[in-house]
Design a binder for this molecule. Structure first.
Ligand code: FPP
Length: 248
């Protein structure tokens, strides 16, 4: 035990809905993009703390399919920030053995953004300590529809029989096929919503909500979320008694 955290029960995958950048900026009388820029510090703190604790996957909801309908200058500002941050942080990712991956409709990203992202993914692909997954132009309904279409094509081509489709086979058609489901989902800014994020994958995840706006989210806040997660009993539909029998 260290700072109330049991090192033997660290979640393998933590997903984060980084929310509140706009409100944070508004409180300071600044533009929304100022809020996003200040959100990068929270991204760094989260990744650093997760890696130090031994978390294996961190998924960040950086840009949703719905975010394309935000004001044009906010969208282009976010895309620029993304390219800038990836280029700036690649050295740190390499030094800390962190691999980058991305999920979402990546082809819909601006060309330069897509190119830089692919370069960084390729460059970091052999890193083994932790994987940082960026959800970009991502929405869960889009992902599930894609999986359905891809399975339908396999049926059409007689590669699979509809009756043979299992949860495992369906999962192979999601963007997250190589990533375990998150045990913990964190959302900042006091909103209690999932916002079209990893709907299939969070079936049994613990949900943690904090009032902190994303740019204010620090290492201590991440540790609080992990400590809170460890206090919960994950039953997966079973009773407490059944679980304690298995433990004995
Ligand atoms: C939500 O706040 C935040 C986003 C849509 C973008 C998050 C992006 C970053 C923190 C930039 C860098 C990220 C990486 C991974 C390099 P909001 O704008 O919805 O806030 P509001 O609800 O207060 O308006």
């Amino acid at each position: 035990m260290e700072n109330g955290i049991d090192k033997s029960r660290i979640p393998k995958h933590v997903a984060v809905i980084m929310d509140g950048n706009g409100r944070w900026a508004k409180q300071k009388g600044k533009s929304r993009i100022f809020g996003h820029r200040n959100g990068v510090k929270a991204v760094r703190d989260t990744i650093e703390t997760a890696a130090e604790m031994g978390v294996k996957f961190v998924t960040l909801y950086a840009f949703s399919t719905e975010n394309w309908s935000r004001p044009k200058d906010e969208v282009s500002g976010l895309m620029e920030l993304l390219v800038f941050t990836i280029n700036k942080e690649i050295k740190t990712l390499m030094e800390n053995e962190i691999a980058l991956q991305a999920i979402g409709d990546l082809k819909s990203l601006p060309k330069v953004c897509y190119r830089e992202l692919m370069k960084a993914i390729e460059k970091t692909s052999k890193n083994k300590r932790m994987t940082l997954v960026l959800a970009l132009s991502y929405s869960s309904k889009w992902e599930i529809m894609n999986a359905v279409k891809s399975l339908a094509k396999e049926i059409e081509n007689k590669k699979i029989n509809p009756d043979d489709i299992t949860e495992e086979i369906f999962e192979q058609h999601l963007c997250t096929s190589s990533i375990p489901d998150p045990e913990l989902l964190i959302r900042t800014s006091g909103e209690h919503r999932i916002s079209n994020f990893l709907l299939w994958q969070i079936a049994y995840s613990e949900l943690y909500f904090t009032e902190k706006l994303w740019p204010d989210f620090r290492k201590e806040d991440f540790k609080l979320a992990i400590a809170d997660y460890q206090k919960r009993e994950r039953r997966f539909g079973k009773t407490s008694e059944q679980l304690s029998n298995v433990m004995q």
